[in-house]
Design a protein around this ligand. Structure first.
Ligand SMILES: [Fe+2]
Ligand SMILES: [Fe+2]
Length: 184
């Protein structure tokens, strides 16, 4: 059994490396590629999700990531940020989450997106790095990722996401929404 487990782990490691090579090649060979093109490129986006799933090694974290991506997309649409950039960032925000000590997962995750996937974008890097803490000085884009993470209905209290949607649609500032929902 132990032997089988180690074979499976090795093959997953290999798959992860192969996916990183594919994604990196695609992104580094096309520095002008936008988040929208990445999200709409079926094979590329599918491989990014595959990479994330292997890396997270947790169905729970994976479901949270996909759900946070959907929330971030909607929030971004409402507040006039790039929804595809928000979706991609939110999908990847917890990529360095592991079982146990996660105090540095935001920093490690931002670095991994850049180093392992070749997704070199300051806005995405900063939003992943800052996703754990709300700060009024953060940009609207960074606040969206924080808000999506904290209201994701797959993981958080029911109704938070819908309330945040309503408040944002009514034009309430994101910082105020975070405070009203006591998320920080
Ligand atoms: Fe996180
Ligand atoms: Fe998260």
């Amino acid at each position: 059994m132990l032997y089988l487990n180690s074979i499976l782990e090795t093959s997953l490691d290999n798959q992860k490396i192969q996916l990183e090579t594919y994604i990196k090649n695609r992104l580094l060979n096309n520095p002008e590629i936008t988040a929208e093109l990445i999200c709409k490129d079926e094979l590329l986006y599918k491989n990014i999700k595959k990479w994330l799933k292997i890396k997270l090694n947790s169905e729970k974290h994976y479901i949270h990531s996909k759900s946070t991506a959907k929330c971030a997309f909607r929030f971004a649409e409402i507040v006039g940020e790039n929804p595809y950039q928000a979706k991609l960032t939110a999908l990847l925000h917890d990529n360095a989450k592991i079982t146990g000590d996660n105090s540095n997962h935001a920093n490690l995750g931002a670095k991994s997106v850049q180093d392992d996937l070749g997704l070199c974008n300051r806005k995405i890097f900063n939003a992943i790095k800052k996703h754990s803490f709300h700060n009024s000085y953060n940009t609207n884009f960074e606040k969206i990722i924080f808000l999506a993470d904290k209201t994701d209905p797959a993981k958080r209290e029911k109704g938070l996401y819908e309330t945040a949607l309503i408040l944002l649609s009514e034009g309430v500032d994101i910082h105020k929404v975070v405070k009203m929902l006591k998320l920080d």
